[in-house]
Design a protein around this ligand. Structure first.
Ligand code: ARG
Ligand code: ZN
Length: 432
């Protein structure tokens, strides 16, 4: 796919339509026995093709039901079907594999290993940007989205959850299997599985959207109370960006601290102490910006994090009755003290840099807003979202929309925030 930060992620020659991920999990040993079946379309004649898959033992691979040769080299798995595939042919690849999944260190995410984790009797996945390949074989790049089915088998009494809608639950011989369906396109990094001693809580929003949350069993009641910010944030962002893009939402709270939260599609993961209204709203905002409208290259990450940071702060301003001008003035001051580099031109180690990517990205949007006024600003945000919903975006696509709706002086202003080595002056608006 030629990603500028992760050139090995993703593979050409085919387009995945659907992943069927069948995981038989033994939590006591943190081992899995799995079959992942991809349905894909060849985009050219293929004698062989690659999947991204790292670690675990591959037991067999078949293409359209016929056993195929494969070889592995690091994260690249090369598969040679007995009969070459012709362009436009739809085909299935089934990979069966087993073992103990291992997380790995990722240069863009120095604060937490990537992939499948076992911590304090919880199994969970953290796959942004590249960790999916530690637990299922895929075309691991956000430009190849697909629908997903997850089938997770665990011992009775253990709770399993995944991204998507729970559509089936059955128990045989002391093992419970839950099936989860994601019918909207999802990038591989947003798929997630969680297994542990959780309680499920369900409610419905007034507009019918199902909210299902997971908290550690016997949590303090305040944990669940905190999660009430999520449906509020959904309502708030629907006003700005339009209808919530998926069939369900929820928060899963780990029984331990994590130094981040992550917006896995329809079921965000939060550490025990990261469930305040800001963090909850930030992950909710990502469901539109990041999950539905997704970068086409990891270097474009400010279009997720700058936007989600600003949207999260807008929610917080509303939630606490604070003034966004003073919140952004505080952000500007903190950022000036911290020193900063431009978010439009980062290096991979800055992927989640809170100053460069989150704060300066959000200040770019806030300055645009004060330059053009609320009507044009929110119309621009909404138009950009609408044009990339269900697919991909990047900085240039955003700037084209800024140009169309707000004109060239607005483009120059945003570009100075995105690309100038020095930080521009904040464009302030009226303080209420
Ligand atoms: N996208 C996350 C956020 O909402 C940051 C997650 C970083 N951690 C990770 N393992 N990718 O800000
Ligand atoms: Zn974020």
């Amino acid at each position: 796919m030629g990603d500028s930060f992760y050139p090995l992620l993703g593979n050409g020659g085919y387009d995945v339509l659907h992943y069927d991920i069948d995981l038989d999990v033994e939590p006591s040993t943190n081992t899995i026995d799995a079959v992942t079946t991809l349905t894909a379309v060849a985009t050219e004649d293929l004698e062989e093709f690659n999947l991204d898959f790292l670690g675990l033992e591959v037991n067999a691979v078949s293409v359209d039901g016929v056993e195929a040769e494969f070889s592995r080299d690091g994260q690249e798995m090369t598969i040679q079907p007995v009969d070459p595939l012709s362009a436009e042919a739809q085909f299935t690849v089934a990979v069966s594999y087993s073992g103990m999944p291992q997380p790995f260190d990722e240069v863009g995410v120095p604060f937490f290993p990537m992939g499948w984790h076992s911590m304090n009797e919880v199994l969970f996945t953290v796959s942004q940007p590249s960790g999916a390949m530690t637990w299922y074989p895929s075309n691991n790049h956000p430009t190849d989205k697909a629908t997903f089915t997850f089938r997770i088998t665990v011992p009775d009494g253990v709770e399993a959850a995944a991204t998507g809608l729970l559509i089936d639950e059955s128990s045989v011989d002391g093992q419970t299997t839950t099936t989860w369906q994601m019918d909207d396109p999802m990038a591989t990094y947003l798929a997630a599985v969680y297994i542990g001693d959780f309680e499920r809580h369900e409610q419905q929003m007034a507009n019918g959207l199902l909210i299902r949350d997971y908290v550690p069993r016997n949590s303090d009641p305040s944990v669940l109370e905190n999660l009430a910010a999520a449906p509020e944030a959904i309502g708030f962002f629907e006003e700005i960006l339009g209808p919530y893009p998926f069939d369900v939402y929820g928060t899963i709270v780990m029984p331990f601290a994590l130094h981040f939260a992550l917006e896995n599609q329809t079921l965000s993961i939060h550490g025990l102490y990261a469930i305040d209204p800001y963090v909850i709203a930030h992950e909710v905002a990502h469901q539109w910006i990041g999950n539905s409208a997704t970068v086409d290259d990891w270097s474009q990450i400010w279009t997720h994090e700058g936007f989600a940071h600003y949207l999260g702060l807008l929610f917080v301003a509303d939630f606490y009755g604070q003034d966004i001008e003073s919140i952004m003035a505080r952000e500007y001051r903190d950022l000036t003290l911290a020193g900063t580099s431009p978010p439009g031109d980062i290096e991979v180690h800055e992927l989640f840099d809170p100053d460069t990517v989150y704060r300066r990205g959000a200040l770019a949007l806030h300055s645009l807003r004060n330059h053009v006024g609320d009507d044009i600003f929110f119309h621009t945000l909404r138009t950009h979202y609408d044009q990339s919903a269900g697919g991909n975006t990047n900085t240039d696509l955003f700037l084209e929309i800024v140009d169309d709706l707000a004109g060239t002086s607005a483009v120059s202003l945003v570009e100075s925030w995105l690309y100038d080595p020095e930080m521009p002056g904040i464009v302030s608006g009226p303080t209420l």
